[in-house]
Design a protein around this ligand. Structure first.
Ligand SMILES: O[C@H]1[C@H](O)[C@@H](O)[C@H](O)[C@@H](O)[C@H]1O
Length: 568
């Protein structure tokens, strides 16, 4: 029942069976009754043109759910789900120092090809399982997938800890990637489905804080263990703790109300919503359930075959223009995030800093991870206030500028490879300092926008196609990560660091244009409202006006039929 959002004034009375709602909007007076089975049992309107649908839309619109502060339970569940983000960060973060620390533990120094394989194996596993999750996320639920991802994290870590050669290490990293892929899709979805819209941006960024915090901690432990014999095995072994905590917790916790409604488990959904929204009257909760239930009825809930359902959803994603716009935007943003080359730093910063002459390269990398984490905190505070679009534009402008500065600085520094194709420790150079400063500024610019906004992907899709839509978007992220991690050192060698960073800057510039032309402002909208913005175009200007009105407390709405926004 997405559609209008308009003003409404409610007065509710309820008894154990039925409850009545009286409201008025700009032109109409209406009175409806709904019983505890979620059936509408009467509707008296003084204007026959006003539909029941409008009545319900009006009541469930921003008033009761979106403006409300997240309850303790929502925050608690968000933190628990963000453990997936933490594992994503830790597991992608420790590899930078592990690659240096492995040294000759496998009998010879790792060639750059082996380093790339070890790194890229996780991205490959994540890519495959992010796509596969799209088939199962609406079928088995968010929670079982999270549990499964925990098992993969643990199995992958055990294989790596026991590895005696590069290939076993690659297999362990690949299996761990399954967990990373699933977690990177399910955690933000779980959080965004629970979050009140006004706080959705921030709550989803908590998961990103998990990612960047995980990377920082991995770097810190990596630096601490860099001189310990086989210290990298301890570094990997520690990654077993968070999935165990998440597994045990989620074993006892509920799935999201949206998933429960999708499977017609309305009583359970009511229970979860009553706990996550303790101050919301039960009648509002039931109306919200009706709203989501009607949305689900437009879906493929009758189809019991997950593969067929997946295929029907894929067709729907491409057939309906607003869905296709959502798909385009989410996939493009996720790919852009990776093609700016940020993860070349995450994965290879120790190698790069060693090559330009820094002795404690892992400690220097720590500054990179710390900057990423601190600026993700900045993003956390500003995302719902400044808005996604503005953050992206500022971020991409600075990202391009600092990538160009890096490209220029690298022109004056040589990176050399030995006869085994391993990167050779270089000599410190004044341009090396410029590179470090430019890298840090690049990371800060990345983290306040393009590093985090793409993970708001769930909000772009309607319920019917959300699971599959975000699996494609997450897949695009991992495809980008895979391309960067498997080619970065090869690019350094073949097209020079200057060529490599110029290429990243080029991608950043194209992305900037794309955001200017196509990315609407989605702050403060209900998940169900976003499609109205994407119907009939990207509606960039209108979305900006709407966001401004909402921010200023003006009750504004968009009509999907006229495709105009109205402030009241
Ligand atoms: O949002 C995250 C974050 O920016 C991480 O630091 C990065 O390593 C990931 O690839 C990205 O998806």
């Amino acid at each position: 029942m997405s559609g209008f959002f308009s003003q409404g004034k409610e007065k509710n009375t309820s008894d154990s069976q039925n409850f009545d709602i009286h409201f008025s909007n700009k032109d109409n007076e209406e009175h409806i009754s709904i019983n505890s089975n979620f059936d509408m049992i009467s509707n008296d309107s003084n204007d026959s043109n006003v539909s029941n649908e409008l009545a319900l839309k009006t009541i469930t619109s921003p008033s009761s759910f979106s403006g409300e502060k997240p309850s303790f339970l929502i925050i608690f569940l968000t933190f628990l789900a963000s453990i997936s983000g933490f594992m994503f960060g830790y597991d992608t973060g420790y590899i930078s120092s592990a690659l240096v620390a492995i040294g000759e533990d496998f009998g010879h120094p790792l060639s750059y090809g082996q380093e790339q394989f070890i790194t890229a194996a996780t991205s490959l596993g994540a890519f495959i399982f992010a796509l596969l999750s799209g088939i199962f996320v609406d079928f088995s639920g968010r929670r079982p997938l999270l549990l499964f991802s925990n098992i993969m994290f643990i199995v992958g870590a055990i294989i790596q800890c026991a590895a005696q050669n590069a290939w076993t290490m690659i297999v362990g990293r690949f299996v761990m990637g399954f967990g990373v892929g699933i977690g990177s899709l399910v955690a933000p979805l779980y959080i965004s489905e629970l979050a009140p819209s006004k706080f959705r941006g921030r709550l989803v960024i908590l998961n990103c804080l998990g990612i960047t915090g995980g990377q920082l901690i991995a770097y810190a432990i990596g630096a601490g263990l860099s001189h310990v014999n086989n210290g990298w095995r301890i570094l990997v072994g520690l990654s077993i703790i968070p999935p165990v905590i998440q597994f045990v917790s989620f074993y006892f916790l509920p799935d999201t109300p949206r998933f429960l409604i999708m499977h017609n488990r309305l009583d359970e959904a009511e229970k979860v919503l009553s706990k996550t929204h303790p101050n919301t009257p039960i009648e509002h909760i039931r109306i919200k359930i009706l709203d989501l239930q009607e949305e689900e009825q437009n879906g493929f809930s009758d189809c019991k075959n997950p593969f067929k359902k997946w295929w029907l959803t894929v067709v729907e994603l491409h057939r309906v223009p607003s869905n296709f716009r959502a798909l385009f935007l989410s996939c493009a943003l996720q790919a852009i995030q990776q093609l700016t080359g940020f993860n070349s730093l995450m994965y290879f910063s120790s190698t790069i800093f060693e090559a330009i002459g820094f002795d404690n390269s892992t400690a220097v990398s720590l500054i990179v991870a710390g900057t990423n984490f601190i600026f993700t905190i900045v993003a956390f505070f500003i995302i719902d206030r400044v808005g996604r679009r503005k953050m992206l534009l500022i971020s991409l402008t600075c990202v391009v500028a600092f990538l160009v500065l890096n490209a220029i600085a690298f022109h004056f520094i040589r990176i050399t490879f030995n006869e085994n194709d391993a990167v050779v420790h270089g000599n410190i150079h004044s341009w090396g300092v410029v590179i470090i400063v430019a890298m840090i500024l690049f990371v800060a610019s990345y983290a306040i926008g393009i590093g985090n906004v793409p993970w708001q992907q769930s909000e772009l899709f309607p319920q019917k196609v959300r699971g599959v839509g975000i699996s494609f978007a997450t897949g695009s992220n991992w495809a980008g990560s895979l391309i960067i991690s498997s080619t970065f050192l090869t690019m350094l060698k073949n097209i020079t660091p200057t060529g490599t960073f110029s290429l990243f800057a080029g991608f950043g510039f194209i992305s900037f244009i794309l955001v200017v032309l196509c990315y609407p402002e989605l702050s403060n909208l209900e998940l169900e409202e976003v499609q109205d913005i994407l119907t009939g175009g990207f509606h960039v200007k209108k979305s900006m006006k709407l966001a401004k009105d909402r921010k200023n407390g003006v009750r504004a709405f968009i009509s999907p039929d006229t495709e105009s926004t109205t402030s009241v």
